[in-house]
Ligand binder design. Structure first.
Ligand code: SF4
Length: 337
């Protein structure tokens, strides 16, 4: 199993976009894996987290649906052989899909090197966790928005803090049986849960592989409206930095922004998205990869051939910065420590 974080860290060390684009082109023409499939098998969530668009009724009404396993098999046949990473659960809750374990096994069947599940975890039993690890799941990422019962249950509406703690115990037990099975914690930081981060190790313990610290950003309409990151910036040295340093001491990967990146505001600044465009593949009941890609008829390779993807990727290497204006919250730059 490749260490996906080593690959990502290596990617951040290569500063030249051209070299990265050359690598992508090379992998493309050699028929190798280079895309990341970001997969929401169901557009629904059992939670209504205040910072998430699932707290917005209008958004929920417009975004729903479930992919049948028959369709997922077709998608697998069309795309999975070119995937380097299979991320199950991106903007919704994948454990609501009844065939979750079969989906993981399908990724394994196509030999995708890294299969990861992002979830609030409240519906996962110990038996399902064991089945998931057995089926080939490499990593579970648990989303957390609070480290006390009060904050967790207030910010993660419908969530139960006791269940979250039990989940951590269950994952720990599964990791004893499957030592390579990784646990990642994603903590979204806002003004109401910032101070609790100091208790992170008491609540979560050190039995984790990856910690992501994500300062709040506006990603859509949501019940929560305080997007001010000034306090996160001000307390960086006393709250975030000790966590980053403790991770380094304990060999835990910590994904966190540099202090100076926290206050960079939403702007219409320009961004170069050539790498993301070439490697990012989002699949949900509402869309599959490209607007004109039909997984019932096309495969990755037939589509790439008819759309001259190889030539386009080659031209990309030599083109000047193909910037576009961004009019939503700017993406935050994270370091992999
Ligand atoms: S668990 Fe995740 S997808 Fe569900 S409401 Fe919370 S943040 Fe949104």
């Amino acid at each position: 199993m490749p260490n996906i974080y080593k690959i990502l860290r290596f990617g951040t060390l290569i500063k030249s976009k051209r070299i990265k684009l050359l690598g992508i082109w090379g992998l493309h023409i050699l028929g190798k894996r280079y895309i990341g499939i970001f997969f929401d098998p169901v557009l629904a969530c059992n939670f209504r987290c205040k910072m998430c668009y699932f707290s917005d009724e209008g958004w929920r009404k417009e975004h729903k649906g479930v992919l049948s396993f028959d369709d997922i098999e077709l998608i697998g046949k069309a795309l999975f052989h070119r995937a380097l990473k299979f991320q199950i659960g991106c903007g919704a809750e994948p454990t609501l899909h009844k065939d979750l374990i079969k989906i993981i096994a399908l990724g394994k069947q196509y030999k995708i090197p890294y299969i990861s599940l992002t979830t609030n975890g409240n519906l996962l039993t110990k038996e399902q966790l064991l089945e998931a690890a057995e089926a080939g799941l490499n990593e579970i990422t648990v989303s957390v928005h609070g480290l006390t019962e009060k904050t967790y249950e207030s910010l993660m509406t419908n969530g139960k803090f006791d269940v979250f703690r039990q989940l951590l115990e269950n994952i720990s037990a599964v990791r004893k049986q499957y030592p390579a099975f990784k646990l990642r914690i994603n903590y979204t930081i806002n003004n109401d849960n910032l101070d609790e981060l100091s208790n992170l190790w008491d609540v979560i313990g050190y039995d984790i592989d990856v910690l992501q610290l994500r300062p709040i950003q506006k990603i859509g309409e949501s019940e929560y409206a305080d997007f001010d990151r000034k306090a996160i910036y001000d307390k960086y040295d006393t709250i975030l930095l000790p966590l980053i340093e403790e991770c380094q001491r304990r060999n835990i990967i910590c994904i966190a922004p540099k202090k100076e990146n926290i206050l960079l505001l939403e702007t219409d600044e320009e961004t170069d998205d050539r790498i993301e465009k070439a490697t990012y593949c989002y699949v949900s009941p509402a869309s599959c990869w490209k607007d004109d890609f039909d997984y019932r008829k096309d495969t990755f390779d037939s589509y790439a051939k008819s759309h001259h993807t190889g030539k386009r990727l080659f031209r990309n290497i030599f083109q000047k910065n193909n910037s576009r204006k961004v009019d939503v919250t700017r993406k935050m730059n994270y370091d992999i420590n």
